[in-house]
Design a protein around this ligand. Structure first.
Ligand SMILES: [Zn+2]
Ligand SMILES: [Zn+2]
Length: 46
């Protein structure tokens, strides 16, 4: 998987991280550093 491209959540910002849980490339805004996952995976899981 290439890291080059847009965030697969907002599709507006450049993806900076790849989520280990769902495999989506996400931007900084949609990356939860504490969870080590995208905001979609971090939300709803404590
Ligand atoms: Zn985003
Ligand atoms: Zn995820």
């Amino acid at each position: 998987m290439s890291l080059t491209g847009l965030c697969q959540i907002c599709e507006a910002a450049t993806a900076e991280h790849v989520c280990d849980r769902c495999g989506r490339a996400v931007c900084d805004d949609h990356w939860d550093e504490a969870a080590g996952a995208c905001s979609g995976c971090a939300a709803g899981r404590s």
